[in-house]
Design a protein around this ligand. Structure first.
Ligand code: SF4
Ligand code: SF4
Length: 404
C-alpha cells in the first residue's frame, strides 16, 4: 500500500494532524465520564484500542512509516464510532470551541483504505455483511420479500403508489428481525392513532447504507445513497420518520439532495404528544434510565425529545445514569463491534451500560435504536440483576392504550 493509495486518509489529514496525541481520550481526565473509550475499557488496555492509538497509527500509515497488517486492521475495527473521544477531546477551535479532530472520520477512513487495498486483512464477518448487501439489498442476508412483513394486519399507503405527507422509514434491523419487527408495527399503529398521513415502501424500502459506510465500503455506500435519494425524492413525501438511530444519522448527514426533512421517531412523537395528537393516559409504574444511542444523541444532538416523551408517560419515572447525554456510555454495538472477534467486546460494553442503569436505580432501560436494544438485551442476560430493555415506542404504544 503506497501513500498515494490512502485516498480516504488523505481526506482527513487535517484531523490527524490536529490531534495533539495528549491522551485525554485514553485516560479519564475529566469528572464528566467514568471512562472515555468503551473499547479500551473492555480491552487489555493497549494503546491501539484507544483513540490516540488509532490517530498515531493513521498518521504512521499516511506517512508510510508502517504497512497494513492484521494488527493494524484489528486496531481500525476495534471502535464503536461512538464519538465519546471527540466529545472529551480538548483539541478545539479557540474561537468556536468546535472540535478540530473528528476521530470517527479518521477510523472510518482507515477502514476504507484497508478494505479497498488489502481486503484479505479484513475479517470475514465484515465482508459477509457487504456480500449480503450486494446480494439481498440488506446487511443481514434476509430475502427482499421479508421487508414489509412487519406491517401485517395494518392498512398502510404504498409510498410508490399514493402520496402521503410522511414516509415511515423502518430500516433493515427493525424491519427484518422478527423479534424487533413488532416495534415497527407499534410505531405505525401509534402514527395511525394520531391521524398522521403516512406511507411505507414495504419490500421496496432500501438499506440506508450506514453499516456499509461504517465498515469502510465507501464505494458501495455512495452507490446506495445516490440510488436511495432518487427513490425517496420520487415518493414526494415532505417528511421522513426513521426508527433507527443509524438510519437517521445517515439520512440527516449523508443524503445531500434529499428533499424531505428527516426526523427520528422520538422527535416526531415528542411533537405529536406536545400537540395532544397522542394522549398518554394509561399508567404503568416503572423507573427507567434512557440510553442515548450514539448516532442519535452525541452525533445528532437529539437528547431532549426522548426525555420529554418519557416524562409525559404517566407512571414512568426517569432517572439518569452517572454519564449521560453527550457523555453517555456506548451500548457496544456501534461501528460493527458485534462482528468484532465474535462479539465479546460488544457484550462487555453492553454489560457496563446496563450495570450503570442498575446503579442509577432504574428498573428498566429504554432506548430508541434497534442496535442498542439488541446488544443491551443480550448483555443484560449475563448479569445477576438483568434489566428489561424497551424501545420507547413500546411505552408510548402502551401509554396510548393500544394493544396487540
Ligand atoms: S484525539 Fe483529542 S484527546 Fe485524543 S489524543 Fe488527540 S487531541 Fe488528545
Ligand atoms: S469512537 Fe468511541 S470506541 Fe471509538 S475510539 Fe472513540 S471513544 Fe473509543
Amino acid at each position: 500500500m503506497t501513500k498515494s493509495s490512502m485516498k480516504e486518509l488523505e481526506k482527513v489529514r487535517g484531523y490527524i494532524y490536529s490531534c495533539r496525541k495528549c491522551g485525554v481520550c485514553r485516560y479519564k481526565m475529566t469528572g464528566r465520564v467514568p471512562y472515555v473509550c468503551p473499547v479500551k475499557k473492555a480491552s487489555p488496555g493497549f494503546e491501539n484500542f484507544s483513540s490516540r492509538g488509532k490517530m498515531l497509527l493513521a498518521q504512521a500509515l499516511l506517512e508510510g512509516q508502517i504497512q497494513p497488517s492484521a494488527g493494524l486492521a484489528r486496531a481500525a475495527y476495534s471502535c464503536t464510532l461512538c464519538g465519546n473521544c471527540m466529545t472529551q477531546c480538548g483539541a478545539t477551535d479557540p474561537d468556536t470551541r468546535k472540535p478540530l479532530v473528528d476521530n470517527t472520520a479518521v477510523v472510518e477512513a482507515m477502514r476504507a483504505d484497508l478494505l479497498r487495498e488489502c481486503p484479505d486483512l479484513i475479517d470475514e464477518a465484515y465482508r459477509r455483511v457487504l456480500a449480503h448487501t450486494r446480494q439481498y439489498g440488506n446487511p443481514w442476508g434476509m430475502p427482499r420479500s421479508a421487508r414489509g412483513k412487519w406491517s401485517k394486519g395494518l392498512t398502510i399507503k404504498d409510498a410508490q403508489k399514493e402520496h402521503a405527507d410522511v414516509l415511515l422509514f423502518v430500516g433493515c434491523t427493525m424491519g427484518l428481525n422478527p423479534e424487533l419487527a413488532r416495534r415497527a408495527h407499534r410505531a405505525a399503529a401509534v402514527l395511525q392513532a394520531a391521524g398522521v398521513d403516512f406511507a411505507m415502501l414495504g419490500a421496496a424500502e432500501p438499506c440506508c447504507g450506514s453499516v456499509q459506510k461504517r465498515i469502510g465500503d465507501t464505494e458501495l455506500a455512495s452507490e446506495m445513497i445516490s440510488g436511495n435519494i432518487k427513490l425517496l425524492n420520487n415518493t414526494g413525501c415532505e417528511t421522513i420518520v426513521t426508527l433507527c438511530a443509524g438510519c437517521c444519522n445517515m439520512l440527516k448527514t449523508q443524503y445531500t439532495g434529499l428533499t424531505a426533512k428527516v426526523y427520528h421517531l422520538v422527535e416526531y412523537l415528542a411533537r405529536l404528544i406536545k400537540d395532544k395528537k397522542i394522549i398518554l393516559a394509561k399508567s404503568r409504574g416503572l423507573t427507567v434510565a434512557y440510553h442515548d444511542p450514539c448516532h442519535l444523541g452525541r452525533h445528532l444532538g437529539v437528547f431532549d425529545p426522548p426525555r420529554a416523551i418519557l416524562k409525559a408517560l404517566p407512571g414512568i419515572t426517569l432517572v439518569e445514569r452517572a454519564a449521560t447525554r453527550e457523555n453517555t456510555i456506548c451500548c457496544g454495538a456501534g461501528g460493527g463491534m458485534r462482528l468484532f472477534e465474535g462479539g465479546a467486546f460488544a457484550q462487555d460494553m453492553g454489560r457496563e451500560a446496563v450495570q450503570a442503569a442498575h446503579e442509577a436505580g432504574a428498573e428498566a432501560i429504554v432506548s430508541a435504536c434497534p442496535f442498542c436494544e439488541t446488544n443491551l438485551e443480550a448483555a443484560a442476560q449475563g448479569l445477576e440483576a438483568p434489566l428489561p430493555v424497551y424501545d420507547i415506542i413500546d411505552l408510548v404504544y402502551d401509554g396510548a392504550g393500544l394493544t396487540g
